[in-house]
Design a protein around this ligand. Structure first.
Ligand code: S3P
Length: 434
């Protein structure tokens, strides 16, 4: 994918001497999307606290309002009065902004509804592959028009029939689109996943009252189930925490406490990676919230910062965290090698190409592969101009690499961070010791 390069804001990140502090992260982006969509579909009024502050989940909320849900915001709680399973014909296009999750998952939720839905997105989203959801939804009977495999996308709602779906790629968004369609299809839809992807949709569907079965790697859902409103608090976002967890690995006397952090096992591989790289993690508390594990952790760094290999299932489960791990790889003892991560090329930007370009801009040696990269360790980086490609995770990943660089780094298109983490630069400034 080519990246959009209409930068407007620039953030200067000076090097730091240390990294310390404690915080409670804003609500998880993935869970916020699902709660917004299912609350909008359910009967009754759901109250969702600590909803993500990122622009993406707010695109989902705005789409749900266009579909007939009533939404109000009071302090940190969002109330969503749902449509009791019956969306209205939207009077406008469903604008998903930069959010692939909104477009892909919502396509599944509307596919059985008797109306026509036109989905649009920004320049980056318009380049992202949508055939991956059209295929299974079409097998269920859905009628979906794409533009050359991409958005703009029109879903002509129609009754659906259950299918047995073997997921050809590891994608929680595709799985969710099929689950949301299966919830409204005739019969029992089953989904087999070779690689276990994040299971927030399964927990959210159960929280809203649906019954789902899981036998080994096969998940099934009976159509025609009704959903009911819930009160919920969204756990803190592990993928946002990743930036600060990696920052804490860069300084020997770092200390980071993260409160109310989402630690769902399908998202928590990052914590194992942090430990294998030399981080020391203490779990201070752990609880269950609507099937999601939520906890408080304390992170310090050991004596060394080790590198590692990331491939196979681990690459799929760390897909959102690879940019920041790659960005700190030059500071490790033995580097990081990444494979089986081709999906990175079709995210908000081509994240392999942009990570390689920006590491080189900072003076690093790196070898690019079609499905990953090799970044040797023990390299010193210098401050540089970073092209975020208007991709939130690239902007934030290189802000972390900047903490150990010689001289200041400027992040072009720094405002992209607000897609998932608007507070990022303010908090980075508070935690970094200068
Ligand atoms: C997400 C799934 C992943 C991830 C994205 C959020 C989700 O995408 O990269 O940031 O909430 O289900 P894919 O499903 O395309 O792997």
């Amino acid at each position: 994918m080519s990246s959009a390069t209409n930068h407007s804001a620039t953030q200067i990140i000076p090097p730091a001497r240390g990294f310390r502090g404690s915080l409670m992260l804003p609500g998880d982006k993935s869970i916020s999307h699902r709660y917004a969509m299912l609350a909008g579909f359910a009967e009754g009024t759901s109250r969702i606290t600590n909803f993500s502050t990122g622009a993406d989940p707010h695109s989902s909320l705005a789409c749900m309002a266009s579909l007939g849900a009533k939404i109000s915001v009071e302090a940190k709680t969002i109330s969503v009065t749902g449509t009791a399973g019956q969306f209205i014909q939207p009077s406008t296009q469903l604008d998903c902004g930069n959010s692939g999750s909104t477009m892909r998952m919502l396509a599944g939720l509307v596919a059985a509804q008797p109306a026509t839905f036109r989905f649009i997105g920004d320049e980056s989203l318009t380049l992202r592959p949508m055939e991956r959801i059209r295929k299974p939804l079409q097998q269920m009977g859905a009628r979906i028009d794409l533009t050359d495999g991409h958005a703009p996308m029109t879903v002509h709602g129609t009754p659906l029939t259950a299918i047995d779906f073997e997921a050809p790629i590891a994608s929680a968004q595709v799985k969710t689109a099929v689950l949301f369609a299966g919830l409204q299809a005739n019969g029992t839809t089953s989904i087999a996943e070779r690689v276990r992807t994040r299971d927030h949709s399964e927990h959210a569907l159960r929280a809203f009252g649906a019954t789902l079965q899981r036998d080994d790697d096969r998940l099934s859902i009976l159509g025609g189930q009704k959903l009911h409103a819930i009160d919920a608090t969204v756990p803190g976002d592990m993928s946002s925490a990743a930036f600060f967890l990696c920052a804490s690995l860069l300084f020997e006397d770092s200390n980071l406490v993260l409160d109310s952090l989402g630690m769902n096992p399908t998202r928590a591989s990052l914590l194992d990676v942090i430990i294998s790289m030399g981080g020391v993690i203490k779990v201070l508390d752990i609880q269950d919230a609507h099937g999601e594990m939520v906890g408080t952790i304390q992170v310090n760094r050991g004596r060394t910062l080790r590198g590692m290999d990331i491939s196979g299932q681990l690459a799929a489960q760390l897909i959102d965290e690879i940019p920041v791990l790659a960005a700190i790889a030059p500071y490790t003892e033995n580097g990081i090698r990444i494979r089986d991560a081709k999906e990175l090329r079709v995210k908000e930007s081509d994240r392999i190409a942009l990570v390689v370009k920006n590491l080189r801009a900072m003076g690093a040696e790196v070898t690019e592969h079609e499905d990953g990269m090799d970044i040797p360790g023990n390299q010193a980086l210098h401050g540089a101009s970073i092209d975020s490609g208007m991709d939130h995770r690239i902007a934030m990943a290189f802000s972390i690499a900047a903490l150990r660089a010689h001289g200041p780094t400027e992040i072009l298109g720094s405002e992209a961070a607000s897609i998932s983490f608007p507070e990022f630069y303010t908090w980075l400034d508070e935690l970094a010791i200068r």
